[in-house]
Design a protein around this ligand. Structure first.
Ligand code: 5GP
Length: 220
């Protein structure tokens, strides 16, 4: 495989897809976005084949059982997966492929393609901004908001325990975060101690003190 796999992980609402598309647009002939399959219902603003391939559970399970996915996971009660055909389609032309997956999917891709992968954790400006974005989006019920906050907290904890090399991109200023991501994609990997990342420490503190992200929160 000649292209790089750029895997973006981070809470829903962190701006992963916006960032990915900005960096892809800097070199569109050499980069592409991996469109995942999902069983989640389509949102009013989304398009089939652009945001995801929206499929039903039997279709997803059939693809999965025929080894059609390089990785898949169940997130928030829905299936999400990256098809082998999508990776093949993009990398066969030597292009860099950008992924928006959860941390389980990221680890699975890292194990399969350790040489060509860049693992990026996209950190929202702050926990409060993240919560407000999810509320403003208008797509979340109370229960689904709490579920997403729980997932965000769990992913942060998994990140800190991850054996894989990560780069943190703090998305508190879009042009700067775009430049940071571009650098992380292009430059050789610099292993950094992510637990010392100042933005990450503050974010984790806020995440840990928000009762809406507790496992036993009554809104689940
Ligand atoms: P959303 O429903 O908000 O579009 O996505 C929910 C979560 O599913 C996000 O954290 C996203 O990164 C994750 N996700 C999207 N596509 C995939 C995929 O193909 N594989 C995995 N493992 N996770 C995915």
């Amino acid at each position: 495989m000649s292209g790089r796999l750029v895997v973006l992980v981070g809470p829903a609402g962190a701006g992963k897809t916006t960032l990915a598309h900005r960096v892809i647009d800097l070199a569109p002939s050499r980069r592409g976005f991996s469109v995942s399959h999902t069983t989640r219902p389509i949102r009013a603003t989304e398009h089939d084949g652009v945001d995801y391939w929206f499929v039903d559970r039997p279709h997803f399970e059939s693809l999965r059982d025929h080894n059609g996915f390089a990785e898949w996971a169940e997130v928030h009660g829905n299936y999400y997966g990256t098809s082998r055909a999508e990776i093949e389609r993009l990398t066969s032309a030597g292009r860099d492929v950008f992924f928006d997956v959860d941390i389980v999917g990221a680890h699975n891709l890292w194990r399969q393609y350790p040489e060509s992968i860049r693992l990026i954790f996209v950190l929202p400006p702050s926990w409060q901004v993240l919560v407000q974005r999810l509320i403003n989006r208008g797509t979340e019920t109370d229960a689904s908001l709490h579920r997403r906050l729980r997932t965000a907290r769990r992913e942060l904890q998994a990140l800190l325990e991850s054996p894989a090399p990560w780069t943190v991109v703090h998305n508190d200023d879009l042009p700067r975060a775009t430049a940071d991501l571009e650098r992380a994609v292009c430059e050789p990997l610099q292993p950094t101690a992510i637990e010392h990342h100042p933005g990450l420490r503050g974010f984790l503190r806020e995440a840990m003190s928000d009762p809406r992200a507790d496992d036993d929160h009554s809104g689940q």
